[in-house]
Design a protein around this ligand. Structure first.
Ligand SMILES: C=C(O[C@@H]1C=C(C(=O)O)C=C[C@H]1O)C(=O)O
Length: 191
């Protein structure tokens, strides 16, 4: 894996759509992964012996253009790769409002290689919200990341964005399925 923290952030600005409004959603089983409501970490762990979170970078950053409308203050941005048995399957980018960083109930700043989902899905105060979807071009920044991971991008990369409500604040988690994930999900009809 020859990605480095030097290229962080990798995130790419895109228009997200509600699944109902999205054109040409992929067919199942990939569609089911895009719209699954539970922890992606737990879902991925069922399909490997070794699951790993690799942090590509974490920092207070301004959102990408149009990423968080009406918001100007910086967010804590965390980008990771989720790998199954050494192969990256998912690129994830999470935006955490600064006001939540002072919330001592959740230690977002020191997650390290612990999956964020283990925190988000174990608190009754964190409420999963809507899911949006998007398809990233084969010539974009995330496609370049996949290529650098020795995963040629022959088709659009599908991703989803989920909102997690904590009080009046939202954590925004986007997850893009890399070619190897799509290949295995389709080949073995993984659920
Ligand atoms: C939100 C979840 O956490 C996962 C882990 C992440 C991380 O550690 O940064 C980011 C996105 C998710 O794929 C989940 O498991 O559903």
């Amino acid at each position: 894996m020859n990605v480095t923290r030097n290229s962080f952030p990798y995130g790419e600005s895109i228009q997200w759509f509600s699944p109902e409004a999205a054109a040409n959603l992929p067919i199942t089983p990939l569609k089911n992964w895009l719209l699954a409501k539970g922890s992606l970490t737990e879902k991925l762990k069922k399909h490997c012996d070794s699951f790993k979170v690799t942090v590509l970078g974490e920092h207070l950053l301004s959102p990408l253009p149009h990423e968080v409308p009406q918001q100007t203050e910086p967010f804590w941005v965390r980008e990771v790769l989720l790998s199954l048995d050494g192969t990256p399957w998912v690129f994830a980018r999470t935006l955490i409002p600064q006001t939540l960083l002072n919330n001592h109930q959740y230690d977002f700043l020191h997650l390290g290689d612990k999956p964020l989902g283990e925190l988000l899905f174990t608190s009754n105060d964190i409420v999963p919200g809507k899911i949006e979807v998007a398809a990233f071009d084969t010539c974009g920044q995330l496609a370049a990341l996949a290529t650098s991971l020795s995963q040629p991008v022959l088709d659009k990369l599908w991703g989803r964005r989920r909102y997690f409500h904590i009080g009046s604040q939202d954590i925004i988690v986007s997850e893009i399925f890399l070619p190897k994930a799509v290949e295995n999900i389709k080949k073995y009809r993984l659920v």
